[in-house]
Design a protein around this ligand. Structure first.
Ligand code: FKS
Ligand code: ZN
Length: 342
């Protein structure tokens, strides 16, 4: 299996996020993707390739032009506002109900475009986010040209980012951009999101459409981030009705619980009969993940790969969350090897 990877992600290195009432050390760090890359080399999974540059166009098929323009200049705007400081850009005020989103000033724009305080904009954020989109697009191109599978080692992740919203460590929705690119080339994509957190951004981007299926298995938003989307009764709207499937699980879901949801997801995907499958591959369902509560074990990820392989579709895996640095590389590659063996 080919892996696509760009070193530009290393320059996206948030130091801290505001979480649980305090500034705490960031968990979405460069080391995550670096460890996975090294493991792919060690296990000889296949070549690791640099992405091609796809330009703005495929990004603008998913994201709002004004949002892209803002993201491109946000760090410089922030530095001009706080020249004596080195802190990353984190919003501190939002347009609440009855107020009006504004974008003319860095503080108002941050609050209008962001949905949390965990997603700082640093000097290297924009180049890293764009590189991740190119990594996902390059993997999509590989699959479109006949590869049975490809791994996009995307960092920063993408599934929480909506058309004009960033948050949850995500700036550009890598998987949505790749899915739209494939759809624009005549393919019917299904997206399977296995991250612990609901892919609210991906859901919202495709919510009104029946040409892209979105299926997500995640911690119930009644107790888990992103809190405001991902409930079972969100089934799509208009033409998209019944083309969105949320499978929220209990706090401590283990493989017995998880594998049932995965089978349900698989049934819906088979029924949709896509030309291509995109997997938002979050590894924060692991039993020792520091920010999550599911209880999957390392070998369960081999099974996960096998179950996905049995769908027998050209498959693009895109890296999302997963924060246990000691296990992350092993469990990520387990999914890819489980898929390849099958
Ligand atoms: C819990 C606060 C949670 C933010 C969690 C973000 C999760 C991001 C992710 C992604 F794949 F996007 F990286 N804070 N008290 O894992 O879904
Ligand atoms: Zn997650």
């Amino acid at each position: 299996m080919k892996t696509f990877y760009s070193p530009l992600h290393v320059e996206h290195a948030p130091k801290e996020e505001f979480e649980a009432g305090r500034l705490s050390p960031a968990v979405e760090v460069p080391e995550r993707a670096e460890r996975v890359r090294r493991r792919i080399e060690e296990r000889k999974l296949g070549p690791i390739l640099a992405p091609q540059e796809f330009g703005d166009e495929p990004i603008l098929r998913v994201h709002e032009p004004a949002f892209i323009q803002f993201m491109g200049g946000a760090y410089d705007q922030w530095r001009r506002r706080y020249p004596q400081d080195t802190a990353d850009a984190i919003p501190s005020a939002w347009p609440g109900r009855g107020m009006r989103p504004q974008h003319g000033d860095i503080e108002s724009a941050l609050g209008s475009y962001a949905f949390d305080t965990a997603t700082p904009i640093t000097r290297g954020t924009w180049s890293g986010a764009r590189a991740a989109a190119n990594v996902a697009l390059s993997a999509a191109q590989g699959v479109a040209e006949g590869e049975h599978a490809a791994f996009a080692l995307t960092r920063p992740p993408g599934h929480h980012a909506a058309a004009d919203v960033f948050g949850g460590y995500c700036y550009l929705n890598n998987v949505a951009i790749a899915a739209q690119w494939l759809s624009d080339r005549g393919m019917r994509p299904a997206i399977l999101d296995v991250d612990y957190h609901h892919g609210n951004g991906t859901q919202s981007i495709f919510y009104g459409r029946n040409d892209v299926l979105f299926v997500s298995i995640h911690a119930d938003p009644s107790f888990a981030f992103p809190h405001f989307l991902g409930f079972a009764n969100e089934r799509g709207e208009g033409a998209g009705e019944d083309f969105n499937l949320n499978l929220p699980l209990e706090r401590h879901a283990d493989w017995a619980v998880y594998s049932k949801a995965l089978a349900t997801a698989g049934n819906r995907i088979r029924e949709f009969s896509p030309d291509v499958l995109l997997v938002s591959l979050g590894l924060d369902t692991f039993e020792a993940d520091p920010i999550s509560h599911f209880r999957l074990k390392a070998e369960n990820y081999l099974r996960m790969g096998e179950v996905i392989a049995r769908l027998r579709k050209p498959t693009l895996f895109a890296f999302e969350g997963g924060y246990n640095l000691d296990a992350l590389a092993e469990i990520t590659v387990n999914v890819l090897e489980g898929f390849a063996i099958r």
